[in-house]
Design a protein around this ligand. Structure first.
Ligand SMILES: [Zn+2]
Length: 192
């Protein structure tokens, strides 16, 4: 697992410095085609209070097909879901590949699933690996993993569609994701 850590110390979420006891993991995706994990540091390592950024937002990590970039300590309270899930869930964003667009809402326009499959599969594997790592660190299981849209259904997150606007294009959903994490958790494969 290719994990690098560089905290967004300029972000107001970081300086708010609230801790959580992680009870679960919330999976997001960026809805920003073609912006990869490392690029989010300069985008979000900014202060809302100082007028440097228009949104009060921060997540624990971004990942893409190549790497995982951790931007908050895992037990730091993130600002990722606009609900009480911020008090309980570690969050990460899966970066979406280039080559399509959004025209308002959560519908991917011009997304070629066959062409994007290699990217999706590599990002998926990184997401599974990160979840396994976090489950082992915090005594969680696959049943503690939800996506943002499931968080909304449970009343702990804002009304966003990620990641269920995307995963089904590749024949996957959050149940198959949890199953993949479960299988990986049960194996003896080293993820360090
Ligand atoms: Zn989200």
């Amino acid at each position: 697992m290719n994990l690098t850590t560089k905290y967004m110390t300029r972000n107001d979420c970081y300086t708010a410095d609230r801790k959580i006891t992680p009870k679960g993991i919330m999976v997001h995706s960026t809805a920003t085609p073609g912006v990869m994990a490392a690029s989010w540091f300069s985008r979000w390592d900014k202060s809302y209070k100082a007028g440097e950024i228009e949104r009060q937002v921060c997540v624990h990590a971004f990942l893409d097909a190549k790497e995982i970039c951790q931007y908050l300590p895992w037990d730091h309270r993130g600002w990722h879901c606009g609900g009480s899930g911020n008090n309980t869930h570690i969050s990460f964003e899966i970066c979406e590949p280039a080559g399509f667009s959004y025209s308002g809402g959560a519908t991917m326009i011009g997304y070629d699933a066959a062409e994007q499959e290699p990217y999706f599969r590599a990002a998926w594997e990184n997401a599974v690996a990160l979840c396994v790592y976090l489950c082992r660190q915090y005594g969680l299981t696959e049943t503690d993993i939800i996506c943002h849209s499931e968080g909304h259904e449970q009343g702990i997150a804002s009304n966003h569609k990620d990641v269920m606007h995307w995963f089904p294009k590749h024949g996957e959903n959050m149940d198959t994701f949890r199953l993949a994490v479960k299988k990986a958790l049960g194996s003896a494969v080293s993820i360090s």
